[in-house]
Design a protein around this ligand. Sequence first.
Ligand SMILES: [Zn+2]
Length: 78
Amino acid sequence: MEHIDHALVNRFDTPRSSRPCEFCRELDPQFPERRPLDQMVAGSRKAIASAHLTEDGYVRHRVLELRRMASRVPLTAA
Ligand SMILES: [Zn+2]
């Protein structure tokens, strides 16, 4: 009898090859309030939206990107 279930749950909860997204950590004031999994990106990937492990993390990352982009785009009307 192997304890496969237990091992699977552990691996899913805290993927060994994941780390907090440094982009979000830097730009999101609410980063510490996220669920732990929503803070994480896959360890082998860059800190980009699609590297996030959860959809919520992905969405929040995208929002931060868009917000930053919007604040940097110069207003060149006229
Ligand atoms: Zn992120």
